[in-house]
Write a protein that binds this ligand. Structure first.
Ligand SMILES: Nc1ncnc2c1ncn2[C@@H]1O[C@H](COP(=O)(O)OP(=O)(O)OP(=O)(O)O)[C@@H](O)[C@H]1O
Ligand SMILES: [Mg+2]
Length: 205
């Protein structure tokens, strides 16, 4: 059932992302096109174009609402810090590997998009540790320095060259979505270090 839930969650997330990014983006383009057309249209037509504009605008709002509803409830219910803490204890309970967590107090307020990316990358990294690393310890930290926010997940497992699969590709896509940098370092025998740096995180809340 954990797998089924994870699959369902992943699917919801994918749909939410597509709704928000693809359809939201297309509708925004339509809206801008309509505005340009309305600006140059003769009076009788302008009225009609404004009506269409309003319809598109409310569709855009609906799309965003649906996307928001599809987001993981745990983030909304608990907030990022508690959601990360729940993620860590679930991971430890399943894998038997303890997680040392360090979250800076007084992190800047973050937008929902940024929180979701942080949560998902932490989630995939821990899943990878459980599946591939044979680690005995994991560290998860979320720290702020000079406006940059850094999420790090390190393990002391077997490391080794990472053949990037769908999991890591997904992390890269998510990082890209919010203009963050994702780096993975994994030396054979030297554990794995996943690092996400969000520049100027405070300014995008
Ligand atoms: N913490 C880790 N320790 C050791 N190897 C890792 C670790 N994380 C990832 N890997 C290696 O990198 C590969 C790619 O990871 P990725 O998450 O992209 O795919 P996956 O976990 O195999 O499958 P999925 O697409 O379901 O996530 C893994 O198959 C594994 O060999
Ligand atoms: Mg994976």
């Amino acid at each position: 059932s954990a797998h089924a839930l994870a699959a369902q969650e992943g699917e919801r997330q994918r749909i939410a992302r597509e709704l928000h990014d693809e359809i939201g983006q297309s509708l925004t383009v339509v809206l801008l096109g309509l505005k340009r057309a309305a600006d140059r249209a003769p009076d009788d037509l302008r009225e009609e174009l404004h009506t269409v504009q309003e319809t598109v605008r409310s569709s855009l709002d609906e799309v965003r609402q649906v996307a928001r509803r599809l987001r993981p409830g745990v983030l909304e219910d608990l907030g990022l810090q508690s959601a990360l803490s729940a993620l860590s204890s679930d991971f430890s309970a399943v894998s038997g590997v303890p997680v040392t967590r360090r979250v800076d107090p007084g992190l800047p307020a973050l937008s929902g998009d940024v929180e979701l990316v942080l949560y998902r990358i932490a989630q995939e990294s821990l899943t990878n540790v459980a599946r591939h690393a044979r680690a005995t310890r994991v560290e998860l930290s979320l720290t702020a320095q000079a406006g940059d926010l850094t999420l790090r997940i390190t393990d002391d497992g077997r490391g080794g060259a990472l053949q990037e699969g769908a999991g890591i590709r997904g992390m890269r896509e998510r990082a890209l979505l919010i203009g963050a940098r994702l780096t993975l370092a994994s030396a054979p025998g030297g554990g794995t270090d996943v690092r996400l740096v969000i520049p100027d995180a405070a300014e995008r809340s």
